[in-house]
Design a protein around this ligand. Structure first.
Ligand code: PEP
Length: 249
């Protein structure tokens, strides 16, 4: 990885945990030795975001798993980026594949959220990635370029964006992309940024990999030049998350 891009590891807790389980996670994170050259961010469920922030040391930042596109108003059940900031969150994940494919979020909606969250002062982790049938039909880059184009149409400041490449077939399935498969896509995303945005943005933007990352495969993936960190689901609930944070060696 280029030294210009600080390694970034996010833990997406999804809809898991209760106070007791979160106490345990915060405990191993606070006691663990975390590489200070890595940005470490965890995303608890909304209702535990402030609780987690209060329990965690300042070495760990806190993210929301989603947000809405308005500051406030009559949007029952939604949460605004301003509210996330107000309770101590500094990042938000947008366009996770579970939101795209279970909740039906479109590329445009994901891009709109991404821009709005940035404008409210949050760092944003937009996720892109292909489904298995799309990979098998050789459509991986068509899908990712389409998702990236929607983002690029809205984003003007890339300095607060960390792109997560998460092949849908690798999320929660135990099937990790090989380091070569992940590197190939990361390099193509970087090339796309170079052509579509500019060379400086392409060089500086962190592109992290997500999809069944574990303590046992993180170090090999981290060796690849365009893999700048990870977004971790299942393993972020376990002490092996520390190994992933420190995978860059
Ligand atoms: C995720 O939810 O972003 C993810 C990558 O999950 P897992 O690590 O469990 O595959």
């Amino acid at each position: 990885m280029s030294n210009e891009r600080k390694f970034f590891v996010g833990g997406n807790w999804k809809m898991n945990g209760d106070k007791k389980a979160i106490d345990g996670i915060c405990d191993f994170l606070n006691k663990g030795s975390l590489n200070s050259n890595t940005d470490v961010v965890v995303a608890p469920p909304y209702c535990y975001l402030q609780y987690s922030r209060e329990k965690l040391s300042s070495k760990v930042q806190v993210a929301a798993q989603n947000c809405y596109t308005k500051k406030e108003g009559a949007f029952t059940g939604e949460i605004s980026p301003a509210m996330i900031k107000d309770i101590g969150g500094t990042w938000v994940i947008t366009g996770h594949s579970e939101r795209r494919h279970i909740m039906g979020e479109t590329d445009e909606f994901v891009a709109e959220k991404t821009r709005f969250a940035q404008d409210c002062g949050l760092g944003v982790i937009p996720c892109v990635g292909e489904k298995l049938e799309e990979r098998e039909a050789n459509q991986t880059m068509d899908v990712i370029n389409r998702q990236m184009k929607a983002l690029a149409d809205k984003i003007s400041d890339w300095s607060t964006v960390v792109i997560a490449y998460e092949p849908v077939w690798a999320i929660g399935t135990g099937k990790t992309a090989t380091p070569e498969q992940a590197q190939e896509v990361h390099a193509q995303i970087r090339e796309w940024l170079k052509k579509t945005v500019n060379a400086d943005v392409a060089k500086a933007t962190r592109i992290i990999y997500g999809g069944s990352v574990k303590g046992s495969n993180a170090a090999e993936l981290a060796k690849k030049p365009d893999i700048d960190g990870f977004l971790v689901g299942g393993a972020s609930l376990k002490p092996e998350f520390i190994e992933i944070v420190n995978a860059q060696g």
